[in-house]
Write a protein that binds this ligand. Structure first.
Ligand code: ADP
Length: 297
């Protein structure tokens, strides 16, 4: 079983002719709603890839809460530890997209920001039994710290989004930052070359292993003194939204099945590459048979 501790956001996406400047009103096109949030995305990714997944998080008591809970439940995710928060809105992301595809995003964490260490203690049984526990940074540090301590299996921490001042949990087995998140964690400029990435990752202390995802350059795996660059699968990306979430969900599934970190990282690379060939966040997340077919190409 895989435990995902994290956020659920209803994404409200509006096309705009251009992004407004302060004080300005811009007329946009029709709004589209999608289930999102890193916790929900990673839980859905893992479930579609064959994982048995429980999501620990918070929603409000509004309509969006029902939408979000139903969306993850429809994928087979266990929502027994998805708590309702009276008087607080469910998390939402307000996303404006201009004609060249550039996003400007406001995240209103709402109920996600109310997830507590006590919520994780209430899910201690799940966390203790989980072969893999997955964390991100859209919920308070105290929840992540408690979850990492209670986790009986492998702890995977995706320090995303890169937020200043976050204190990453101790007891992390596999840290999965992208280049920007690695820079935020180490206080270095965003590394470009593989050598720069390795040098920045070398400044991290604590995590057992580090997997730096490098977009179209694949990933760099650092375990002890070993360092391995795994190139990305050659695909024609149409939308890389949620590639990192797909990668983390897939990594968790493969680790829960007992694969080595290198095997799991290669498999997750395939799943994430496939996700970039389709538009959207959750709609782009592949099912297991699709990943197996992709690997046999
Ligand atoms: P994030 O979405 O968190 O910024 P990345 O952009 O690093 O994460 O992508 C995560 C993983 O998705 C990469 O390690 C890679 O395996 C895969 N991926 C991302 N972009 C591409 C691409 N253009 N081609 C193939 N695979 C990709």
């Amino acid at each position: 079983m895989i435990a995902v501790v994290g956020s659920l956001n209803l994404d409200l996406v509006t096309p705009v002719p251009r992004h407004p400047v302060p004080g300005e009103t811009v007329l946009g096109g029709d709004i589209v709603e999608h289930p999102g949030g890193k916790g929900a995305n990673q839980a859905v990714a893992a479930a579609r890839l064959g994982g048995q997944v429980a999501l620990i998080g918070r929603v409000g008591e509004d309509d969006a809460a029902g939408v979000m809970a139903a969306a993850v439940r429809a994928e087979g995710v266990d929502t027994a530890h998805l708590a309702r928060t009276p008087g607080v809105p469910t998390g939402r992301a307000l996303i404006a997209v201009n004609p060249s595809g550039e996003n400007s995003i406001i995240v209103s964490p709402g109920a996600n920001s109310r997830l507590t260490a006590a919520d994780c203690r209430a899910a201690a049984d799940v966390l203790n039994r989980a072969k893999v526990t997955v964390l991100q940074q859209e919920v308070p540090d105290e929840a992540n710290h408690a979850a990492a301590e209670l986790a009986g299996g492998i702890v995977v921490h995706n320090p995303a989004p890169a937020v200043e001042g976050v204190v990453p949990p101790r007891h992390v087995d596999v840290l999965v930052p992208n280049r920007t998140e690695l820079a935020a964690l180490t206080g270095t400029p965003v590394p470009d070359t593989i050598d720069e990435v390795a040098a920045a990752a070398g400044k991290l202390s604590g995590a057992g292993a580090v997997v730096v995802t490098l977009g179209g350059d694949g990933l760099l795996l650092l375990e002890g003194t070993a360092r391995l660059h795994i190139p990305a699968f050659a695909v024609q990306p149409v939308d890389t939204t949620a590639a990192g979430d797909c990668f983390c969900g897939a990594l968790a599934v493969a680790l829960a099945e007992g694969r080595t970190l290198e095997q799991a990282a290669r498999w997750a690379c395939a799943a994430a590459a496939l996700s970039t060939t389709r538009p959207g966040a959750q709609p782009s997340l592949p099912h297991r048979d699709e990943v197996e077919a992709f690997l046999k190409r």
